[in-house]
Design a protein around this ligand. Structure first.
Ligand SMILES: [Zn+2]
Ligand SMILES: [Zn+2]
Length: 377
């Protein structure tokens, strides 16, 4: 077993046939089903109001049912195969608890007048969707073939992913605040009207350009200004690149970057459908550029940011430090002289040499606020 393999695998091996794969899958599916049942029971507290009305309930119930059955079967298999029963029993406990709460036929709870909620539905759906897309992609087209799915510190990154989704109400509110509170005066109905009559596809392209220009400025500031760098350093402390590493972002980093990037989009007043299309695009693209995949997209890699371009942003090589700030368009880095994209090569390793950033979500949350004698860039 390599040191990449986390505590989950310790003690009883992780190879095929050891009951580890079935055990991990069973726990993940059991947790998804349990979370889904909780969403049915307590929709006011655990689901996103904007999404709530659009859920096809039959499909949701079927998904919960399929997860419960698969978790039970795989959990039982893991218990039979594996010396250490922790994974299998955890999965069986989750399926039992979910079933006792009503399982896939749990009655939908009443929608009270609660205003505060956590986005458990948003987290469950997104983690399921992204895992279904990226885990097979990274297995089939891995750049680093020896890097396992459960590489070191995956728990930290999954917790970042979970918390930023669960706190969606707070992060969306804070993201919209700088624009709506501070820049409402800058909106010009005439200009906004002229922008909104353009075709949606053109607006989408304009949003990508405008958003990436502001993301570039904010991102560069996070690298340049020492107290901001302490927050962004959390993102750069990742030593393994994969889809989950994209989630390692301090909450301050998320809110400030999204909030400031949204200001010009708000002032220009793009049409909501074009903005939603961009939100879907950025939430996929930002994950994809971190993925452990070897695609180069040679014809377009100078036009659109690819995994190889952003992997260089995370590289340990000194010549790559403070380069490739753009999220979508490499030309922005070329224009400002911050591009580092050696032909065909990939970085030798990722992260910050001698990084003081600790492991674990809570420690990373508090770390930038700690007083230090010297800030190392
Ligand atoms: Zn960065
Ligand atoms: Zn990154």
């Amino acid at each position: 077993m390599t040191d990449h393999v986390s505590a989950l695998g310790r003690g009883a091996g992780t190879r095929f046939g050891s009951g580890w794969i079935s055990g991990v899958l069973a726990v993940v599916l059991g947790a998804l089903a349990y979370g889904g049942v909780l969403c049915l029971l307590f929709p006011s507290w655990l689901t996103t109001p904007d999404a709530r009305a659009h859920y096809p309930l039959d499909v949701v119930r079927f998904l919960i049912y399929a997860c419960l059955v698969a978790s039970f079967v795989l959990g039982t298999l893991s218990v039979l195969l594996r010396r250490s029963k922790t994974l299998g029993i955890t999965a069986l406990a989750l399926t039992t608890a979910a079933t006792l709460l009503g399982g896939s036929s749990a009655r939908v709870g009443t929608l009270g007048g609660t205003r505060a909620y956590v986005g458990l539905d948003w987290f469950l759906l997104n983690v399921l969707l992204l895992a279904l897309i990226f885990i097979p992609m990274e297995r089939l087209f891995a750049r680093l073939t020896t890097q396992p799915i459960f590489r070191r510190a995956w728990q930290t990154d999954l917790t970042h992913f979970a918390i930023s989704h669960l706190l969606v109400q707070v992060t969306v509110l804070l993201t919209l605040a700088p624009a709506t509170v501070l820049f409402a005066w800058a909106a010009r109905p005439g200009l906004q009207g002229a922008i909104q009559i353009q075709p949606l596809l053109l607006q989408f392209v304009e949003i990508v350009v405008v958003a990436d220009l502001s993301e570039y400025v904010v991102h560069r500031a996070f690298h340049r200004i020492p107290w901001l760098w302490r927050f962004h350093q959390v993102h750069h402390s990742a030593e393994a690149m994969d889809w989950l590493a994209s989630a390692r972002l301090h909450l301050v980093d998320i809110v400030v970057t999204r909030g400031l990037s949204f200001v010009p989009l708000f002032i220009l007043g793009f049409s909501p459908p074009a903005l939603y299309a961009y939100l879907i695009f950025v939430s996929f693209h930002a994950v994809f550029i971190h993925a452990n995949v070897r695609f180069r997209f040679r014809p377009i890699e100078q036009l659109v940011v690819t995994p190889r371009f952003h992997h260089w942003h995370h590289a340990v090589e000194p010549e790559a430090v403070d380069t490739n700030f753009a999220i979508h368009l490499p030309i922005i880095d070329r224009l400002f002289g911050t591009c580092y994209f050696p032909d065909g090569r990939w970085p030798s390793a990722y992260g910050l040499a001698g990084s003081p950033v600790p492991d674990g979500w809570l420690r990373q949350l508090g770390w930038p606020f700690r007083r230090v004698r010297a800030v190392v860039h």
